[in-house]
Design a protein around this ligand. Structure first.
Ligand SMILES: [Zn+2]
Length: 247
């Protein structure tokens, strides 16, 4: 067995047995993986804070063909997730975004795009940009990269250019007036414009834009409905985050 080395972002850290942790992490080339960090629950363990969710690390791990989970040999910190955890909304947003990525990325999917997206989103959270636009950005992009909708310019069914208002069919994305069935959601033009801006702007620039609270609320509601339809349930951390952001 040759040790493998990869940059990774930690998605989840699950205490297991008395002294160990099961770690879910995302790599740019090998997608989402699981790995055992033996002894990681000890008080003065060799991993330190490097296995906290959303920490960016350099991992060395051993892979056995017969086993799904790798064995994590070492983790050295590239960027700590710690400063974000000093503020409740930011910390919950980080947990929620980690859960979203974990839910939508399949094991072994090549995930360079999702990895770069998550990396920039964490950077924006750590830089103190407004929390809710960052959360909206993550929600929409994770759906898009997860294949939940293909385009906001062309009809998902007949590929014709879409006119305004945008129509969203919860079962498969945006459709033209000819393909729309009863029950499609009409999207207000200002919300459609916000969606267009989100999809064409880097996260830090998007979070710095002046955005009307109502438009952001409606855009997030649209993303939430699409996500719930695909998953059949809500993400575990969603309601708590909402109560803190909106409370
Ligand atoms: Zn159509």
């Amino acid at each position: 067995m040759r040790p493998d080395r990869s940059e990774a972002i930690i998605l989840q850290s699950i205490p297991s047995r008395e002294r160990d942790k099961l770690i879910v992490f995302l790599t740019p080339e090998k997608g989402k993986r699981k790995g055992w960090a033996y002894g990681a629950r000890g008080l003065r363990n060799r991993f330190g804070a490097a296995l906290e969710p959303l920490a960016k690390v350099e991992l060395v791990f051993l892979e056995k063909e017969s086993e799904e989970a790798v064995r994590i040999e070492s983790a050295s910190m590239i960027r700590s997730a710690f400063p974000a955890q000093q503020e409740l909304a930011r910390s919950l947003a980080a947990t929620y975004i980690a859960e979203s990525v974990e839910t939508f990325v399949q094991a072994d999917d090549p995930s360079e795009l999702v990895y770069r997206l998550l990396d920039r989103i964490v950077e924006a959270l750590l830089a103190g940009r407004p929390v809710e636009p960052i959360v909206a950005y993550a929600e929409v992009w994770i759906l898009k990269l997860g294949g939940v909708f293909a385009s906001i310019r062309h009809c998902a069914i007949c590929q014709k250019p879409l006119e305004r208002p945008l129509r969203c069919d919860i079962r498969g994305g945006f459709v033209c007036s000819g393909c729309a069935e009863p029950g499609v959601t009409l999207i207000a033009n200002r919300v459609a414009e916000l969606l267009g801006a989100l999809l064409s702007t880097p996260v830090d620039a998007f979070a710095a834009m002046p955005i009307a609270a109502d438009d952001l609320f409606e855009l997030r509601a649209l993303a939430r409905d699409l996500r719930r339809y695909v998953l059949g349930h809500e993400l575990k951390t969603h309601d708590l985050l909402q109560s803190v952001i909106r409370g």
